[in-house]
Write a protein that binds this ligand. Structure first.
Ligand SMILES: NC(=O)c1ccc[n+]([C@@H]2O[C@H](COP(=O)([O-])OP(=O)(O)OC[C@H]3O[C@@H](n4cnc5c(N)ncnc54)[C@H](OP(=O)(O)O)[C@@H]3O)[C@@H](O)[C@H]2O)c1
Length: 354
């Protein structure tokens, strides 16, 4: 490809997408990128354009025709917003096909899914023995079409099989840490993740750490982004960068399609370990009478998680090994201990907001 590489990115006002956009803006090859970000808030779009030099498409995910058109105008699509919006993802795939059919280009998609794909119905009662490796294609293919995220993931893989795009899927696990970078400071991007903050907020609300069932089920985790403090490649944002660099510089040896699923993990925890860390922090800060977590009741699950399925999701097993990204040169060094140590400072932030 001659000239700058046109890149279209979604989710930049979010936690992962904002961190990734910051990385792209600071990439050694940043001057070869021509970035357009989808944003629905016009004020954030104005700041992105004026302060960060990022072009914007002001649109919501429901504007499928405009998204299809924007996708068709770009060689690389980084979709970091909503893994499960099937109509949105179909619009993205139509845009890729249109680009291929009209220009002959083989566009690149990096879609974001999640290790929620691997979850069971353990409800915190046991740890499974089953561990998924993203290098084990037969094991990956054996995941049922009814699994969480699978409907969209199969569409994305199908596009690669049809041959009109090279598709890749990043599957982050529990992403943790408070994102701190200029896009957060400018009020554009969300600095907070999902799972741990939800457990923290619900525990603060009930004045006691909560856990789903016995909390014995296992999940992986991965840090969002603090390369500046540790000086190496090991966060989930780096994983996207390592993958993008590999796609751009070594397209024929970078796994795509069925060989293009990339789990994001650098450690594994029991849900109980998170609840114990929340309980300890609350007790030390005088926010609970006891450090010991208690199980969320059925009523609490509905109250704090919105519905039963999402509540029990926080007691599932999801065991994954990020073997494929490591093989590309991604070197995560954060451990489960780092994740657990991140909980107290994050809890202090939420306690102040109460
Ligand atoms: N965080 C994790 O631990 C984790 C783990 C595994 C997978 N994931 C997946 O990764 C993706 C990104 O997660 P995240 O933590 O970065 O989420 P987030 O902080 O909530 O960001 C979501 C992004 O999507 C945008 N968005 C949502 N609905 C939209 C709509 N209708 N129109 C336009 N924009 C819309 C949001 O824009 P606004 O700012 O305008 O709302 C925001 O930029 C999600 O699909 C999530 O399921 C996350």
């Amino acid at each position: 490809m001659t000239g700058r590489i046109p890149i279209f990115i979604t989710g930049v006002t979010g936690y992962i997408g904002g961190t990734l956009l910051n990385r792209l803006l600071n990439h050694p090859d940043a001057n070869t990128f021509d970035i357009t970000a989808l944003v629905r808030n016009s004020e954030k779009a104005r700041i992105l354009e004026s302060k960060f030099g990022v072009k914007t498409l002001i649109a919501s995910h429901a504007e499928h025709d405009r998204i299809e058109e924007a996708v068709a105008a770009n060689h690389v699509i980084l979709h970091i917003a909503d893994s499960d919006d099937e109509p949105l993802n179909k619009a993205i795939l139509r845009g890729l096909k249109r680009r291929h059919d009209t220009t002959g280009d083989l566009p690149i998609l990096i879609h974001t899914s999640g290790t929620g794909l691997l979850t069971d119905n353990a409800r915190g009662e046991y740890a499974t023995e089953t561990i998924y490796s993203d290098l084990n294609i037969e094991q990956i293919k054996s995941i049922p079409p009814t699994a969480f995220h699978r409907n969209v993931d199969l569409l994305v893989i199908g596009a690669d099989e049809e041959g009109y795009a090279r598709t890749h899927i990043v599957l982050p696990s529990t992403v943790y840490g408070i994102a701190a970078h200029p896009l957060v400071e400018a009020g554009i991007s969300n600095p907070y993740s999902m799972q741990i903050p939800l457990l923290i907020r619900s525990s603060l609300a009930r004045k006691r750490a909560g856990v789903i069932g016995k909390g014995l089920s296992l999940w992986p985790s991965v840090h969002i982004d603090d390369r500046l403090s540790r000086g190496t490649l090991f966060t989930v944002a780096d994983m996207y960068i390592v993958l993008l660099d590999s796609i751009l510089h070594h397209p024929d040896t970078t796994g795509h399609g069925w060989e293009g699923l990339y789990f994001g993990e650098s450690g594994e925890h029991r849900w109980l370990d998170i609840s114990l860390a929340i309980g300890r922090a609350m007790y030390e800060l005088g926010l609970a009478d006891s450090p010991d977590p208690t199980p969320f009741s059925h009523e609490e699950i509905l109250k704090y998680f919105g519905n039963e399925w999402f509540g029990y999701y926080h007691g599932t097993n999801s065991r994954a090994r990020a073997d494929r990204a490591r093989a590309l040169g991604w070197k995560p060094t954060h451990s489960t201990e780092d994740m657990l140590a991140s909980i107290k400072p994050e809890l202090e932030v939420y306690a102040k907001k109460q």
